[in-house]
Write a protein that binds this ligand. Structure first.
Ligand code: NAD
Ligand code: WQD
Length: 342
């Protein structure tokens, strides 16, 4: 297999995917302007894989710059992670999200077309399922009623890819719908880098446990679930990263045109309170928390049917929620140690 452009390769999921790609003998070329990452991620990544990786610090929505990267690197495939992903910000500033998330995919498809690159793996999200009571969700569950502008950008991008692949039978596309990616690399060298106060549960738990936040607020304990808190499908980022390697290999094997969507989750839902208690048990650290009101826009429960990714890609998760929470805590401690020494 030739080189793979990895847009957003310095981000949370992209950096872990680059590690798994190198370990599988693939050749990632990172395209990331670090708008939501830092140089330390790139240094950490190279430390783990024990080699330097090609990195182009450009906006992948800038057609001329991306064209030059394709000219220079001559890739045969692309994984497109680059996007803005903060749900709350997307409500406040929707045009930023429509511009970057849809604009960058549009530009990428044009540049791929020009250079005859036909294989694409795209980062989608379970958010495309909106609020559903059909659980677990399968790839054929209804989509389109997303809860935020961010969610709608993924709905639109998926449709753009279906239309582009219908018009170009040589285009081979895999759209991966991630559930709730959590955890960090077990080395403690790379992990998630939330900017400011985290919106997502697990970074908030690790920061509360580390004393960086007074307490976690559990958003609601009056849902009709086993303990009243919301249910999500938390998937270890390393398991998620490995699925991208299998997706790239699967695409390369296809003789026929393809535009397939896969759920990437564990298939099991955990409540917020289960996540808190599992964290405490696994790490021997208390998480200060209070019960607060429900958060607007939250769905009660969401977890994946993973039959298709298991049967078609041969992928299944190996790591548990406890593994993810141990690795997330290890990563939190690395950040704290780095801060203390700088
Ligand atoms: P992240 O913010 O950590 O990584 C995204 C990376 O893309 C960042 O390094 C950022 O600097 C880069 N980037 C963004 N726009 C860019 C542009 N125009 N040009 C160049 N670089 C750009 O996010 P993540 O959690 O790794 O998410 C990766 C993908 O997965 C995104 O498409 C996101 O929507 C999707 N996703 C994430 C989650 C999640 O909870 N983390 C869940 C479902 C789907
Ligand atoms: C998880 C659970 C909260 C914070 C988001 C995006 C989704 C996808 C994955 C990108 C919920 C509860 C949280 C806190 C809490 N991303 N919670 N206290 O909302 O399931 O999904 O990330 O595509 O599109 O919406 O993830 O981590 O924010 O919340 O009680 O301080 O934790 O109510 O039940 P969510 P999350």
């Amino acid at each position: 297999m030739g080189k793979t452009i990895v847009t957003g390769g310095a981000g949370f999921i992209g950096s872990h995917t680059c590690v798994e790609m190198v370990e599988a003998g693939l050749t990632p070329v990172i395209v990331d302007d670090l708008r939501n990452s830092e140089e330390r991620v790139l240094r950490g990544l190279e430390k783990i894989v024990e080699r330097t990786l090609p990195i182009h610090r450009i906006d992948c929505g800038d057609a001329d710059s991306l064209d030059k990267v394709f000219e220079q690197e001559k890739p045969t495939s692309v994984i497109h992670f680059a996007a803005d992903k903060a749900v709350g910000e997307s409500v406040r500033d929707p045009l930023k999200y429509y511009s970057n998330n849809i604009g960058s995919l549009f530009t990428l498809l044009r540049v791929m077309e020009k250079h005859g690159v036909k294989d694409l793996v795209f980062s989608s999200s379970c958010t495309v399922y909106g609020d559903t009571d059909q659980l677990p969700v399968t790839e054929t569950s209804p989509t389109g009623a997303a809860a935020s502008p961010y969610g709608y950008t993924k709905v639109v991008c998926e449709q753009m890819l279906r239309d582009a692949s219908a018009a170009d039978p040589l285009l081979r596309v895999v759209m991966l719908r991630y559930f709730n990616p959590v955890g960090a690399h077990p080395s403690g060298i790379i992990g998630e880098l939330p900017i400011g106060v985290p919106n997502n549960l697990i970074p908030f738990i690790t920061q509360a446990a580390a004393g960086l936040r007074d307490r976690l607020t559990v958003f609601g304990d009056d849902y009709p679930t086993r303990d009243g808190s919301c249910i999500r499908d938390y998937i270890h980022v390393v398991d998620l990263a490995k699925a991208h390697v299998l997706a790239l290999q699967w695409i390369a094997e296809q003789q026929a045109p393809a535009c397939e969507v896969f759920n990437l989750g564990t298939g099991t839902g955990n409540t917020v309170l289960e996540a808190v208690h599992t964290f405490e048990k696994e790490n021997g650290v208390k998480v200060p928390f209070v019960i607060g009101p429900r958060r607007a826009g939250d769905v009660m429960a969401m977890y994946a049917d993973t039959t298709k990714s298991r049967e078609v890609l041969g992928w299944s998760t190996k790591l548990t929620l406890a593994d993810a929470l141990r690795d997330a805590w290890h990563w939190q401690q690395t950040i704290a140690a780095d801060k203390a020494s700088s």
